[in-house]
Design a binder for this molecule. Sequence first.
Ligand code: CIR
Length: 255
Amino acid sequence: MFKNVIVRVPSTTVCDGITSADLGKPIYTKAAAEHETYVSALTKTGVNVTVLEPHKEFPDSCFIEDDALCTSKCAIITRPGASTRRKEVELQDLSDVLHKFYDHVEQIQAPGTIEAGDIMMVGDHFYIGLSARTNEEGAKQMINILEKYGLSGETVPLKEVLHLKTGLSYIENNNLLINGEFLNDPRFDKFNKIEVDDDEAYGANSIWLNGYVLVPAGYPKTQKKIENLGYKVIVVDTSEFRKIDGGLSCLSLRF
Ligand code: CIR
């Protein structure tokens, strides 16, 4: 069960977020409205949501998932691989809120880089994508920290997507949403794989919270597959965030 969620409100500069998409710039007012709906959806799952203030100097800072890994034992502040995001993790309110919830707050050090969108939690085990944002050193430091607290981790090389969870989401009960380059990876053979069709690839980034699955709006085949597994589905429109490569998981820390 998750008890707590932390989000950061998008700032007016969200339109300047990093992107590889060709979907135009997000419109701030729409992004802000989508974010409010996202927070309401989270609240319906029974979690307490802490809402942090927007920060204009960091257009991507609403994607707070990348800034920390929140485990059952400790929180680990990351060191983002994207240079414009590197100092996001130095925001005092992030450190303050993590110290409020955790006795143990660790930090990834240079030259390690890691963004927690590359980390998928399955119980006490963590899959860590090696991506353009997360390097071997960052993953190694993360695994060492996890092991210190009785947790474990392993790396997963990735080539095509931004982050590991762009193409994979663990929705508990051994069910794994999976798309693209991960489909034939033997690491994931032990899971009940729910294949997300390529024309709905963005739907692979859905999030489980307390028996609910939040699914992005506009991916009906994926939504149906998740409903057929017996989950209560809440559909949330994140189309403004998609314009800058962001999805449902990126917008929160869940623990
Ligand atoms: C970035 O490129 O860093 C942001 N525009 C999107 C981050 C998405 N985060 C995630 O997948 N965890």
